[in-house]
Design a binder for this molecule. Sequence first.
Ligand SMILES: [Zn+2]
Length: 266
Amino acid sequence: MKHRPSKDEQAYWLILSQDKLVQLSGQSCLIEQKWSELHFLSAYADDVIKVGEYRQQNCYVIDLGQEVPDRDNIELINLRAALMSEARDAFNILARAWQVALFLRTHRFCGQCGSRMEAVHWELAMHCHRCQHRCYPRISPCIIVAVRKGEQILLAQGAHHKEGMYSTLAGFVESGESLEQAVHREIMEEVGIKVKNLRYFSSQPWPFPHSLMMGYMAEWDSGEIQVDGREILAADWFDFDKLPLTPPPFSIAGQLIQATTNRVPQ
Ligand SMILES: [Zn+2]
């Protein structure tokens, strides 16, 4: 997992600082350079982690933790903004890199006995040599569902959405629950309706902080909308040609809305 870079290797580099990504001014946060050109990172040579490939080149992560590089031509960008501004094919490597870095940050000590953990060299895991407890990056399954009623779609304003933004319903899968049970339960809890004819749509890793969104399409079966007032502030049926502000198309929410209504999200 750890990787000692050779100085001539051309690769993509993702640099984390605090809760942001580092980018050279006006450029991508996927920094395409040789290791020997990244002088300001030379102190971190032992902390390079390979997270995958991007455009046929290796992609490495360096987590500076709370350090901020002391350089003029550097900007810090948050992950959401990076996902919006980078090319669509960068989504997965960004999502993965971010989650790997957060995993390593939060698993330095064993959750079972409190000893210091060490990275496993042949797989992405942290291991405690005292009690043999081993941890893998956490993935939290979530369902996300577009509900249709004739030529209308159910969209809701979540408590955490930016103002005026309406999206599909979503929620975490609970222990012991199937994905389909989670869909039915979340919809009932959040807006008080029953749905039928569930169809799997697609999935998307969602690195805020480590969700795996599993998308479904469903049809209204019975019941009137009654919002729970905690997670959902407002919800309504929207005509396909009169949609409110909805999530961008790089998100699975945007793609679900697009597929249901045949409209490109704004
Ligand atoms: Zn332990």
